[in-house]
Design a protein around this ligand. Structure first.
Ligand code: PMP
Length: 982
């Protein structure tokens, strides 16, 4: 991107007129090499990819006419210096020509002389071709820029004291010189506004900006990435030292930010924060440098945008320029719209600096209303027990609370810093503006409002501002004072408006803004909340409120995670690297404490949906009456057991009640053993059946226990997993082929003089990611095990309860009736409810082992929950919904993933689906790291998903059965976006 400031125009700026044939001739003459593969993109020079005979690859560079040779030498020296600094990044290494020089002159057939160089090519893909840049990638990009700047520390060269077009010290001159090239008047206005804002902000800072030799062009286009094990493109190399010069160090980082922001114009500051974190983790910046960063980002974005227009005017057919212009203008608009004060506060935190000191202002205050009275803080947060899930996204839901808390002596208030449930949005990919930056004081419409502080009145879209040493925004007021009026604390300024701001009942929203004139919103997105709350601090003191009453308590998920790690075993894993703190669920949505709602596709436990009112009511009612152990006579136990048994085919008519799936399977094994007199158990490979002694023994999944196959006791006999995607048998006779292994295993047992107690399997292979068993498999396996004297156990802990849509129980899909069925998870919609359903004869045989008692298995409360679940599934038609929405979701997933190299298969049926990710079609190598990274990406996009399977590579899709088509569509869209990064 290099050129001199003066002249900016004319032929010197045009790229060398060299075609491929000419380039080949020049390369051969100067460097004695051939093998030009193709031309590489460049704004102003010519670059060619050269393949050497030995496999090594180079870039042949033809500098445009007029570029100083000394500058090329300086570039070469810089590259050599960085290359030898031992960094974990590569840079091009200049190669010597035939005559031993690093720069050689070559003359084209048209008689124009150009300086020629050959440098090593860095293998990888340019970061700008990647699309989505994950936070870790952004941090690595910042770290790369800092590492290179560190390696150049102390480097100098006389040629580097040059005034380049890209030197941000000259940005406003450059923009002024090129302004006539601007492509539309609107862009012209944007350009002027941007440069004026950047100049004004930089003026007081420039004296304190450090200067050094820096690369100054660490853009995503010049950054070479290679995929890490999760398939994320990690910056590995840096090319194009053509803009290296002695300039502001902070400008070097601003270039990275401006470049990366193009990839996410909706969130430029969040991008900047990650890049700055990465950069300053290697190279600290001073406070003035951090303050200058955003104005420099704006200046850079302005020069890039106008240079694009200029280049397009000079070279209309240079595709490299044309393709990016709209994006560059969009990025400029996005960065200049970020308030500079907000950027500074955000980036100070990212750079590890303390918040800027703000002078303490002590203001004379007066009550907002005459006879303000006591204040009562409302809890509108995500953890509020005063609101139910239906209040999500419905500020009107606050009205009831306001009404209940108001009386002659009490004023309800909405808290400052509160992430409010009523502002969350469902089925959204982006975070909502949930965090309130002011205090809301509720009062009837028409109540007279008094100035809490003195100052000059300014109008404001929602009310008015009292301007002084700090600004105080008062929204929700119909002013009776005009613009410019100077008021004193206590003066009457208006009345409470008939409708309150933000859809809330009438109230005055009081917001303190420390940077006068700053255009602050009333509420903001959680990702920018910390900086906004710093700029708009708690206004309690202006209102005469005690500070801890009207301010929401600080929410710190990282601190909670540290407490969790401190007290719980590390083997009790948690989802996600930096898990959101989730304290609320509603239907198939989970809401974190920042008010971000996400679609939950992992929770088969909450089969009805989260916070189901019927379960809540049943449990509350029962807790009110009685909860005790199961040896008493009470109706809920009987009613639940009857309802459960009624949902099974004959002869499954007898129920045991326990608490969990592990317990249910443990009991199932004991039942089988006493009924048959045998010990041995056949279990399919890759299975999970629980964590207790015996269920862990039959858990053959190496994901859950890497030692599972080595340490299993002699009574466990794993059989081939009936997986028609991964296993050896995939054709129409697969069921019989897998059953062959069951028969062979039983045969082996028989020859050893032993008989089986049971064969246990999930009737749809949930733990493998929802793989439907091949036709006939269970039919043959059950027949074989029964013929050998054993029983058939179906583990329906994950897949039962109507989830498959077409079937209530997965064994129905296989057209079999097991001897013993286990259920849990869904059975209590999150309450501990598990059950074993079997025949009277098998249950009675257990008497030989004594009695059965699980203290709270089958407790009144568990049974009340269990019964409510069964009823709600029927009443709400959830099985039919699983069938319909499941089919819709499956079709969408198939469409969105078709042809994607990472997607091997979509398994399952109804609302038990699995998206299996693989690295290669031939080997089916599980893409496990990718699966985890995609789940992290889905979390950003508003979907909660986790991988499963022995390879931990199948995205499990098993949402609450109330999933809607809208939510299913969003899941599909999010997965499409997530996959587009890979
Ligand atoms: N069986 C299967 C198929 C399961 O998926 C699980 C739980 N993941 C269990 C049994 C054990 O259930 P619980 O965690 O309730 O003990």
């Amino acid at each position: 991107m290099t050129d001199r400031v003066n002249p900016f125009l004319g032929h010197e700026h045009r790229r060398p007129e060299v075609d491929l044939a000419e380039a080949a001739r020049l390369l051969e003459t100067a460097f004695g090499r051939s093998g030009i593969v193709r031309e590489l993109g460049s704004h102003q020079d010519r670059n060619y990819l050269v393949a050497g005979a030995d496999g090594a690859r180079f870039v042949f560079k033809v500098a445009r006419h007029g570029l100083s040779r000394a500058a090329l030498h300086a570039e070469n020296e810089a590259m050599r210096r960085v290359a030898s600094a031992g960094l974990p990044f590569e840079v091009p290494v200049p190669q010597t020509a035939r005559d031993g020089a690093l720069v050689v002159a070559g003359t084209t057939s048209a008689g124009v002389t150009h300086d020629l160089r050959l440098v090593t090519f860095i293998e990888g893909e340019p970061l700008d071709e990647v699309g989505y840049l994950a936070p870790a990638v952004l941090r690595a990009h910042g770290a790369l820029a800092a590492a290179v700047a560190g390696a150049l520390d102390g480097f100098d060269h006389p040629a580097l004291d040059r005034a380049l077009q890209w030197d941000l010290r000259h940005a406003s001159d450059v923009v002024a010189a090129l302004a006539s090239f601007v492509s539309t008047p609107a862009r012209g206005t944007l350009l002027e506004r941007s440069v004026a804002a950047a100049d004004a902000a930089l003026a007081p800072l420039v004296a304190n900006l450090r200067i050094a030799v820096v690369h100054q062009d660490v853009t995503e286009a010049n950054t070479v990435a290679r995929r890490d094990e999760a398939g994320r493109p990690m910056p590995m190399g840096l090319i194009d030292f053509g803009d290296i010069s002695r300039t502001w160090i902070a400008g070097d980082l601003a270039v990275v930010i401006a470049a990366d922001a193009i990839h996410d114009v909706a969130r430029p500051l969040q991008v900047a924060r990650e890049v700055t974190r990465g950069y300053t983790s290697k190279l600290p910046l001073t406070a003035p440098e951090v303050a200058a960063l955003w104005p420099l980002v704006v200046a850079r974005a302005a020069s890039v945008a106008i240079s694009g227009d200029q280049q397009a005017a000079l070279e209309p057919d240079n595709e490299y320029v044309g393709a990016t212009r709209d994006d560059e203008w969009a990025a400029l608009e996005a960065v200049v719209d970020v308030p500079f004060a907000l950027a500074e506060a955000t980036l100070r935190e990212a750079a590890g600096l303390d918040p800027a000191e703000r002078p303490l202002v002590k203001l004379a205050t007066a009550p907002l209303f005459a006879g303000l009275g006591e204040i009562a803080a409302l809890d509108l947060s995500t953890t509020s027990v005063d609101l139910d899930g239906a209040a999500i996204g419905d500020p009107g839901a606050a009205a009831g609370l306001v009404g209940r808390s108001s009386d002659a002596d009490t004023r309800p208030v909405g808290r400052w810093g509160e992430a409010r449930l009523v502002d969350a949005t469902l089925d959204a990919m982006d975070e909502a503006a949930t965090v309130h930056l002011g205090i809301d004081v509720f009062a009837p419409a028409g109540t007279s409002v008094h100035a809490p502080v003195g100052g000059r009145i300014r109008s404001h879209p929602g009310g008015l501002v009292i301007g002084g040493t700090v600004d105080v925004i008062l929204d929700g007021v119909e002013p009776t004072v005009g613009e410019g009026t100077v008021v004193a604390a206590g003066d009457s300024i208006g009345v409470v408006a008939p409708t309150g701001p933000d859809g809330l009942p009438p109230h005055v929203h009081v917001q303190r803004v420390t940077a006068p004139g700053l255009d602050a919103p009333r509420r903001t997105v959680p990702s920018l909340a910390a900086a906004w709350l710093e700029l708009c601090p708690d206004p309690s003191s202006l209102l005469g409120f005690p500070p801890d009453v009207a301010a929401a308590p600080l929410d710190d998920p990282a601190a909670l995670l540290a407490r969790r790690d401190g007290v719980l075993a590390t083997t009790q894993l948690h989802y996600f690297d930096a898990p959101p703190r989730i304290e609320r669920g509603w239907r198939h949505h989970l809401v974190d404490t920042t008010g971000r709602a996400r679609i939950d596709i992992v929770n088969n436990v909450a089969v009805l949906g989260h916070s189901h009112p019927a379960v809540e009511a049943a449990v509350t009612r029962q807790l009110h009456l009685l909860n005790t152990n199961s040896r008493f006579l009470y109706e809920p136990m009987v009613a639940f057991a009857e309802a459960l048994a009624a949902r099974f085919p004959a002869p499954l008519d007898t129920v045991f009640l326990v608490n969990t799936g592990s317990e249910a399977n443990e009991l199932a094994l004991r039942l089988a053993r006493t009924a048959t007199g045998n010990e041995d158990v056949l279990a399919v490979r890759g299975a999970y059946h629980g964590w207790t002694g015996a269920t862990d023994a039959i858990t053959t999944s190496v994901l859950d226990n890497p030692r599972a196959l080595r340490t299993r006791p002699a009574w466990v006999h794993p059989v081939e997993a009936p997986n028609t995607f991964r296993g050896p048998h995939r054709g129409p006779d697969a069921g019989t082929r897998y059953a062959d292994d069951v028969r062979a295993t039983l045969g082996g047992l028989g020859s050893a003089g032993r008989g089986p107690a049971a064969f246990i399997a999930e009737a749809l292979y949930g733990n493998a990611g929802g793989v439907v068993l091949p036709d006939g498999y269970l039919h043959e396996a059950y027949a074989a095990v029964r013929a050998a004297g054993g029983l058939a156990i179906a583990d329906e802990v994950q897949v039962g309860y109507g989830r498959l849509g077409a079937y209530r129980w997965a064994f129905e899909q296989q057209r079999v009736v097991p001897d013993i069925v286990t259920v849990a998870k869904a059975a209590g919609n999150g309450m501990a409810v598990g059950a074993v359903i079997t025949t009277r004869a098998i249950a009675d045989a257990f008497g030989a082992d004594g009695s059965f008692f699980s203290s709270v298995g089958g407790s009144p409360v568990a049974c009340a929950a269990g019964l409510a679940v069964l009823r709600a599934i029927d009443e709400e038609g959830l099985q039919a919904n699983a069938r319909d929405v499941g089919a819709h979701l499956r079709a969408g997933l198939e469409r969105a993933t078709a042809g994607h190299p990472l997607v091997g298969a979509i398994h399952g049926m109804g609302l038990y689906l699995g998206v299996e990710l693989i690295r290669e079609r031939d080997t089916l190598e599980p893409a496990d790291a990718e699966a985890l990274a995609i789940c992290e990406r889905l979390l950003e996009l508003g979907v909660i998903c986790q991988p499963t399977g022995d390879g931990n590579n199948v995205l499990k899709v098993k949402p609450p059965l109330c999933l809607t088509r809208e939510s299913a569509d969003l899941v599909v869209e999010a997965l499409g976006i997530a996959l587009s990064g890979w």
